[in-house]
Design a protein around this ligand. Structure first.
Ligand SMILES: Cc1cc2nc3c(=O)[nH]c(=O)nc-3n(C[C@H](O)[C@H](O)[C@H](O)COP(=O)(O)OP(=O)(O)OC[C@H]3O[C@@H](n4cnc5c(N)ncnc54)[C@H](O)[C@@H]3O)c2cc1C
Length: 261
């Protein structure tokens, strides 16, 4: 006896809740899905940073550990990457920054996996995954067929997608495609405190690394680290209002922040 509870989900959710699964499968290769009898009754977990386990889970829990990043196509200006859904999102951002691929640096330090990112169209500091996503590769949990969904087919909205609505519970996301810039990066530094951070640190011509560093520093100063204090980020969505309504509020509260959708 090792003394380790192999059915505990405690280490697989950022609240650190010690719920138990009927069975845990650590998915490192997609072929493992073939021997799971009823895929549609499984619970799929990436980083466990957007779930709250309120009780034991009476089904097979698949922990997504699939890995891999490869180039689909590239030219002088852009590169399209195919990324396995089990990759850690923030590690992907850092890898892209290291390689000078621009487009996701504003989403530095968002916890979780690449595969969960399209679920709610993750976003932060003026950027969302829909801005760079080219396709989502999925396995239909009922038919086991693999299909590709285009960006448009994902019906992205503010923290929203088809995976939360019409296609809820239908697919396991196995891979995503993202198109990033290799030069002349379109930096977005106007949102939140990024400009202030760059100014305070004497950065006048920012690079994607500067933006990533700014976002990391700002997030670390604001948000609790789930490894120290269990949490799952925000429990709210920002309200979407008409421009005229925003203008009235801005006149009253000049500090108020917004982005144009
Ligand atoms: C401190 C903190 C800060 C955060 N900040 C932000 C933020 O700035 N912006 C933002 O958008 N979000 C934020 N979040 C939320 C979270 O990071 C995202 O929702 C993230 O995409 C969750 O990824 P995950 O792998 O942890 O998902 P999980 O919690 O593992 O899963 C979430 C849901 O997606 C499903 N799922 C997971 N992987 C797959 C897959 N491959 N295929 C099909 N279904 C799948 C699960 O079954 C579950 O229903 C934050 C969370 C924390 C803890």
């Amino acid at each position: 006896m090792s003394g380790i509870n192999t059915k505990s989900l405690q280490r697989y959710n950022t609240f650190g809740i010690a719920a138990e699964a009927k069975e845990i499968v650590l998915l490192t290769a997609l072929e493992q899905l073939e021997v799971i009898p009823q895929l549609e009754s499984c619970l799929f977990i990436g980083g466990g940073s957007n779930i709250l386990l309120t009780q034991d889970v009476n089904c097979t829990v698949v922990i997504n550990k699939t890995r891999g990043i490869c180039t689909v196509s590239e030219d002088d200006h852009d590169i399209e990457l195919a990324v396995a859904s089990g990759e850690n999102w923030h590690d992907l951002v850092l890898w892209c920054v290291d390689n000078n691929y621009g487009g996701i640096e504003n989403m530095s330090l968002i916890p979780g996996s690449v595969g969960a990112a399209p679920m709610q169209n993750i976003g932060a500091y003026g950027k969302e995954i829909k801005d760079v996503l080219t396709y989502v590769k999925v396995v239909n949990l009922k038919t086991r067929e693999t299909i590709y969904l285009t960006n448009a087919e994902c019906k992205f909205g503010y923290r929203d997608s088809i995976f939360k609505k019409d296609a809820k519970g239908q697919y396991f996301i196995t891979e995503i495609g993202i198109r990033l810039t290799k030069k002349n990066h379109l930096l977005n530094t106007s949102y939140g405190d990024i400009e202030n951070y760059l100014h305070q640190n004497g950065v006048t011509t920012p690079t994607i690394r500067d933006v990533s560093n700014a976002v990391i520093a700002i997030r670390q100063s604001k948000l609790p680290d789930p490894t120290e204090l269990g949490n799952s980020g925000s429990f709210f969505k920002n309200p979407i209002i008409e421009q005229a309504h925003f203008d009235t509020l801005k006149a009253k509260f000049p500090e108020i922040k917004a982005i144009q959708l």
